[in-house]
Design a protein around this ligand. Structure first.
Ligand code: ADP
Ligand code: ADP
Length: 227
């Protein structure tokens, strides 16, 4: 079963189409880069997949199921620029937000969730920072905290929106390493990225978007390289 199937997707803002007639499917266990210039509709596509934006038309399926039935298994790392980093919350509490989809918003995280959150913080190398305020961390550390928050969800599918913008090289390498590990476990990874040359070394499939789908396939095919 395909991890994502999208057919005839149209999304607009007040009548202005941002995503037009997009059709594609993503194999389970692949790592896909969504590439396109500024304003190409990359974030819009991701947000529509997550159900954060209404679609005008089209169908979306995850593992053959209705999106509503799969939400708990889909994790999202939003664009850093869209997050209020002055909000007073600790690193640990930020990561614990990742337990809400399975636990429910009105249940307190118990020992099990806290243990899991600590494991995920360890994985991104930030366990010693657990009681710090999120706003005190560097950009790269903040991005790793948000990755930990997504990992706590134990997702089958992980969507990341421009995770490498404004972060240090070491954090970028840590994040790529963790994503590749997840892929080896059979998880499906979708990453919005604006840099085609970098993306072609990170991902195995590329989806070129400019409002419409321009090209989609494995890296060699999309770049017209000899195999
Ligand atoms: P990308 O992520 O590729 O940079 P976006 O999905 O953010 O592109 O934007 C696609 C188009 O939709 C752009 O023309 C952008 O200005 C417009 N857009 C994005 N968000 C909104 C919004 N909240 N209201 C109106 N227009 C929007
Ligand atoms: P993104 O690529 O996630 O849209 P941006 O930095 O382009 O990030 O936009 C930041 C915020 O402003 C987002 O919430 C986006 O939806 C909104 N936005 C983007 N373009 C427009 C627009 N033309 N009109 C209104 N809101 C917009």
């Amino acid at each position: 079963e395909k991890a994502i199937t999208v057919r005839d997707l149209h999304v607009s803002y007040h009548g202005n189409e941002a995503v037009r007639d997009v059709t594609f499917s993503i194999e389970q266990g692949s790592m896909v880069g969504i590439i396109g210039p500024n304003g190409a509709g990359k974030s819009t596509l991701i947000k529509a997949l997550l159900g954060l934006l209404p679609k005008d038309n089209g169908t979306i399926r995850f593992f053959g199921k209705e999106p509503e039935d799969m939400r708990k298994k889909i994790a999202y790392v939003p664009q850093r620029s869209n997050i209020d980093w002055t909000f007073p919350i600790t690193v640990m509490d930020t990561v614990l937000i990742g337990t809400y989809p399975s636990l429910g918003l009105f249940k307190r995280p118990k020992k099990r969730e806290k243990t899991l959150a600590l494991e995920c913080l360890k994985k991104v190398g930030l366990e010693p920072y657990r009681e710090r305020q999120i706003g005190e961390l560097s950009g790269g550390q903040q991005q790793r905290v948000f990755l930990a928050r997504a990992l706590v969800q134990q997702p089958e599918l992980l969507l990341l929106d421009e995770p490498f913008v404004g972060i240090d090289v070491a954090s970028e390498e840590t994040i790529i390493h963790i994503l590749k590990e997840l892929q080896q476990e059979g998880k499906t990874i979708v990453v919005v990225h604006h840099d085609l040359s970098k993306a072609s070394s990170y991902f195995d499939h590329l989806l070129l978007l400019n409002k419409e789908l321009i090209k989609y396939g494995d890296v060699e095919t999309v770049l017209n390289r000899e195999v």
